[in-house]
Design a protein around this ligand. Sequence first.
Ligand SMILES: [Zn+2]
Length: 357
Amino acid sequence: MSPKTDVCPVCEQHKDHIQSAMTENDKLAALDKYSAHLNEVKVERQLYNQCVTNARTEVAEQPVPVQAASPMSTELNNVHYTFDYSQAVSIPHHVCQVGPLYFATPRKIQLFGVAMEGIKKQINFLVDEDSTPGKNGTHVKGAIGVISMLHYCFENFGLGEKECHLHCDNASGENKNKFMLAYLLWRTLSGKHSQIHLHMQVPYHGKSLVDAGFAYIKKLYRRSEVDSLDQLASVVRKSATSNEVVVFGGADGEWLDWKTFASNYFIPFKGIRKFRHFAFQADKPGIVVAKEVPDSPGTELKLLKAGVDIDAIQPPRVIPAAGLTRERIQYLFKFIRPFVRAPYKDVVAPSPNAQEE
Ligand SMILES: [Zn+2]
């Protein structure tokens, strides 16, 4: 299974244009445009590889704290994080899947990964369908979901670095990204990082080490019997020595309202779409430096609202997990419960009456 199977629509369009061009000049012009796109991909790939190399070289040369070091407590300046979602995983999952389950909608578990390439670790977040910020597994892929888990990762697995680089997929769109900028600005404003560099990969060309981590999980999952979230967590843990697991949104980890937080203290970045690289520095409080390509000079924009007292910024409010609707509970009980093995039936697909208090 290849981790990213999606075909890049931009590449496809360029190929079409080359093929359908009538004159030689038109063909050359179309070729030039395609080659510019591929060059952009190449430049971004080189930057990604450079970030990984720098992170690995640095930890090879310096002592690295075990984990959860307090912010800015080490001399590390090249810590690199890549984060992305995998396809969701289902429970129950059996090696010899019974026919009817194929047509049903089993309990859905979201999988979000943060690779820390320097120390060759990947933190994998599993989010049960009843533990998401929205009901029935919703809103986990939005700004609140992504930023809450990234924040948890910094707090619990961070290396106490002063400076870090982040890579993520850019397919998420403008809306989510503006909240991410506010969050990262706040980290540099509140002394959690002195510098952060956010890089967005070219959509559909963003193959990264997170995908490699996911591939190990998928490989073991396919040949495992999984009847509960605990068993799934154990599959993730056993899939590779580099894979760690956090079952998020229930007992461990909370959703935080980073959207309201961002709107309270920061103005949205208009025209964010054309930029792919963003830098945040403690010595430029509240300002983001945005670049289209890695070596362009950059545009500075103040996003911190005028008159905001940095010391008076309040942390975001906790959003409780939304749970399942009654319809979904009934569905799981009726259609999924028969496929779940005995001791886990009441965990994965309990009776609707058991939910009432
Ligand atoms: Zn492409």
